[in-house]
Ligand binder design. Structure first.
Ligand code: SF4
Length: 365
């Protein structure tokens, strides 16, 4: 290394000022000045290689030598999996997608006023029937004829909770609990105990992941704003209302609706799912409408976070979208269709095919 450094300095000096290179010897200050970019741009990527156990041939470098500075590019696929992907934190690519793609589209094609939640007192948002439905019944698509709505709301039946539903509940509680503990700066808090070993394993993964992400965000914000109060750093580095309770009665929903997460700095509604269905976006749409009806602020962006477990690994993916007029109209149609069933108390009957995951199979079949 001691043989390389003078050569490295010479190269930089030659590029910066060929005349100086031929006229004088380098001083210690010159050397340390030139070493700074070398340290920043060589040793740090090398540490990435070592920590990720990847070889130099797999690393793609782009060296740009100008004005004594070196920049490099490390191919993203060689960075650790899930880098920057956190349950409710958006990574750089997702931020860019929102700022450069979604927000301009939203400005060019804004939501019509009559479809804003604060217009709950006028059609089409005004509830047609005097019925209060839970959000999950408005948005669920388990039963094609919505017999689950009839059984729950008219006959007062309860479905059977299976493993997937227990897992989903435990994961939701773990994410919300981890964020609450992180906001109290209790980063060493333990995850809640579960009876089922598989569920415990999933809860531990989600808990560690969420609390680490919050800690990282908090420490980063604290270092960047050394004069900010602790409350301020918490409020801006973990800007999430989790399991926020809201009254949805203005829109014909129940009085205790809980949104998985609302990012109050960026006005984004999050919904966590452990399964996939075409109706996923309806949940965030419903929550956005309720937030608009209560707080009279526009909520244009929704994000559905799909969580899955592969052996002992947690896998996350995000669907980020504009809560546009189509989604809002679709939500209103679902609400009115299901409210009509409850109001008229008429059994809609069974569909040709029942969902194998439906909670009411023991009642209907
Ligand atoms: S069991 Fe079939 S009919 Fe009954 S609620 Fe479920 S999907 Fe509908």
């Amino acid at each position: 290394m001691s043989n390389i450094l003078p050569l490295f300095y010479d190269l930089i000096t030659l590029l910066q000022n060929p005349a100086e290179f031929t006229s004088k010897k380098p001083s210690i200050n010159h050397i340390s000045h030139s070493l700074l970019p070398f340290t920043l741009h060589f040793l740090i990527p090398m540490s990435i290689i070592i920590t990720n156990k990847i070889g130099i041939p797999k690393l793609f470098w782009r060296l740009n030598l100008y004005n004594g500075l070196i920049s490099y590019t490390v191919k993203k696929k060689y960075l650790p999996k899930n880098t920057g992907i956190m349950v409710y934190f958006l990574n750089d690519v997702e931020h860019k997608y929102i700022v450069m793609n979604l927000r301009p589209k939203i400005r060019a094609n804004p939501v019509p006023e009559e479809l804003r939640g604060w217009n709950w007192h006028s059609p089409p948002l005004k509830p047609y029937y005097d019925v209060k439905l839970p959000m999950y019944l408005v948005c669920s698509s388990y039963c094609k004829t919505a017999r689950d709505v009839y059984l729950t709301m008219v006959e007062g039946k309860k479905g059977e909770e299976d493993f997937n539903i227990s897992l989903g509940k435990a994961v939701h509680e773990a994410i919300a609990g981890a964020i609450r503990e992180a906001k109290k700066l209790n980063f060493d808090a333990e995850p809640p105990e579960q009876e089922n070993e598989t569920i415990q394993c999933a809860v531990n993964l989600v808990w560690d992941y969420t609390i680490s992400a919050c800690k990282s965000s908090f420490l980063k914000a604290k270092a960047e704003q050394p004069y900010a109060s602790e409350e301020d750093v918490i409020a801006t580095s973990i800007p999430f209302l989790v399991e926020h309770r809201m009254d949805g009665t203005l829109l014909g929903c129940s009085g205790i609706i809980a949104v998985d997460c609302y990012d109050y700095l960026r006005n984004i509604v999050f919904d966590v799912k452990l399964s996939s269905s075409k109706n996923m976006r309806l949940y965030t749409t419903g929550y956005a409408l309720v937030i608009e009806s209560l707080y009279e602020i526009p909520v244009d962006i929704g994000c559905t976070v799909s969580v899955s477990f592969k052996k002992d690994r947690l896998a996350l993916s995000k669907d980020i979208y504009y809560i546009d007029a189509n989604l809002r109209n679709w939500w209103i149609e679902e609400r009115d269709k299901k409210a009509e069933i409850v109001y008229n108390q008429v059994d809609p009957g069974k569909p040709d095919e029942c969902n194998p995951k439906c909670m009411f199979r023991s009642i209907c079949l």
